[in-house]
Design a protein around this ligand. Structure first.
Ligand code: BG6
Length: 478
């Protein structure tokens, strides 16, 4: 059997986001963020995909699972002890912007929020676990959405700058791995979560979307420069949603179509954040759609100077495209579309399972950018069953992760510089796209159900013990 090798110091761990796990909704002066106003259940997806969302809470109609999350806010010690037991080297988490600046536009940071993350980072360091921190993970203050129009408003850049300065200054000795915007390119399909506004029914979506992106690129560069100045021994990356795009067949027209989709979705943001300039292909798109980006003097220089140090990316699935989809069945995965790939099986949520696609992604990204890569999300959302004896035999998750880890090892042999791997939802949490608890990713089961019942008790799944061995053997024992 082939022996897989990972470099010394490979960063094994797990990934989460504040809004999907913390709870503590009313505590520590936290303000309302976007995830707080998104209902749970099937309605969430249709809200995310339709225009005209009002960012209001309507308790008569909906429930809001993110308000309680899995109560990490109170149980972080217990959870971090479990991560340490698995041998995590790193833990990816996000800081909730609204714990630090509850409305986003205050002049001074909220001490209670800052103190909470001090406690979390200290607890991680107690076990030698390095935090990997996403600065903004679908958690923009709702006040900035309602009063300012989200990222389409230039003023938000100033508020974001205040926020990053506050957290860099406070945590400069505690956090050495940062990422700016989670899955920044997801704003192309879900502006509500990524860009902080909902397209209005009558408006053309492209102009505000790309204006908002420009502001995020400027904000990202400001954050990168500040990080390099304030924490010279830290690294700061971008974070993109990556799904390699395959042509359904070898018809050159379909191959070109797949390439265009690939560049538009996978590379547009990464090109700006890595190469420091807008890619040539987007100019044609801007021209054809009459998009004119308003820029201030110095923006392009700033973007050039503030390029990121590494690429963090999520990988769940590939995507298969064909120009004329009419005779083919659509694929459901992760809101990015495409048609069903006849060679792949899918998860219960329709996300196609494609470990080889991870090797392809790693090679494509490394060929294009030549900077270190970090797989900061990957995993299988599945229904788990607690047996009568309390055990949870999630062998399907182990199979999924094993094949993806092998694909990473192959890519390392291919010559890719891969820093680490944090599998998504290392502890069960609220699903981002569907607001469900039943879509579980964790090594650790949390007793919380879609109807909001449950004790929140934590249980180790079979995959917990498996991942512990993977880390202890540095990927040799799969
Ligand atoms: C990524 C997000 O899109 O995928 C996470 O960064 C999200 O926030 C994860 O939870 C899995 O998606 P979902 O919808 O199954 O939770």
């Amino acid at each position: 059997m082939k022996q897989f090798k990972f470099p010394e110091g490979f960063l094994w761990g797990g990934a989460t986001a504040a809004n999907q796990m913390e709870g503590g909704f009313y505590e520590g002066n936290k303000g309302l963020n976007i995830a707080d106003v998104l209902p749970g259940g099937k309605e969430r997806l249709s809200i995310l995909q339709s225009p005209g969302f009002n960012f209001e809470i309507d308790r008569d109609k909906y429930s809001y699972p993110n308000h309680e999350g899995i109560d990490f806010y109170h149980r972080y010690k217990e959870d971090i002890a479990l991560f340490a037991e698995m041998g995590f080297k790193v833990f990816r988490m996000s800081i909730a912007w609204t714990r630090i600046f509850p409305n986003g536009n205050e002049l001074t940071a909220n001490e209670e929020g800052l103190a909470f993350y001090d406690r979390v980072f200290d607890e991680l360091h107690k076990y030698g676990i390095e935090p990997v921190v996403t600065i903004s993970h679908y958690e923009m203050p709702v006040n900035l959405v309602k009063e300012f129009g989200g990222w389409r408003n230039r003023e938000v850049v100033t508020f974001f700058e205040r926020y990053v300065n506050a957290i860099f200054n406070r945590y400069k000795n505690k956090v050495k791995y940062w990422m700016t915007f989670n899955e920044i390119n997801s704003g192309l399909i879900m502006p509500i979560m990524g860009l902080g506004f909902s397209i209005q029914k009558e408006e053309d979506k492209y102009q505000p979307t790309f204006q908002a992106f420009h502001h995020q690129f400027v904000a990202s560069s400001i954050a990168v420069k500040a990080c390099h100045e304030m924490i010279p021994d830290a690294q700061i990356g971008c974070m993109i949603l990556y799904a390699p795009v395959y042509s359904y067949d070898s018809n050159p027209k379909n191959v070109m179509y797949a390439l265009q989709e690939e560049r538009f979705f996978n590379y547009f943001c990464a090109d700006v954040q890595l190469r420091g300039e807008y890619p040539a292909f987007i100019n044609r798109f801007f021209k054809e759609h009459n998009i004119e980006i308003e820029m201030q003097d110095g923006d392009l220089e700033l973007i050039k100077e503030g390029t990121v140090d590494y690429i963090g990316f999520s990988y769940y699935m590939s995507r298969t495209e064909i120009k004329d989809k009419s005779d083919l069945e659509n694929s459901q995965g992760n809101l990015i579309g495409g048609v069903k790939n006849p060679f792949l099986k899918a998860s219960d949520w329709g996300w196609e399972i494609d470990p080889e696609g991870l090797r392809i992604s790693l090679n494509q990204l490394y060929d294009r950018y030549q900077v270190p890569l970090f797989v900061v999300e990957n995993g299988l959302g599945a229904y788990d069953k607690v047996e009568e004896d309390g055990s949870i035999n999630d062998h399907y998750r182990i199979d999924y992760l094993r094949e993806h880890i092998k694909a990473m090892a192959e890519s390392i042999e291919d010559g890719v510089n891969l820093m680490g791997y944090t599998s998504w939802g290392c502890i069960d949490l609220v699903s981002a796209s569907s607001g469900e608890f039943s879509k579980r990713y964790g090594f650790i089961y949390v007793d919380k159900q879609d109807d909001r019942s449950g004790t929140l008790e934590r249980k180790k799944k079979k995959s917990f013990f498996w991942y512990k061995d993977v880390i202890a053997s540095n990927g040799e024992k799969l």
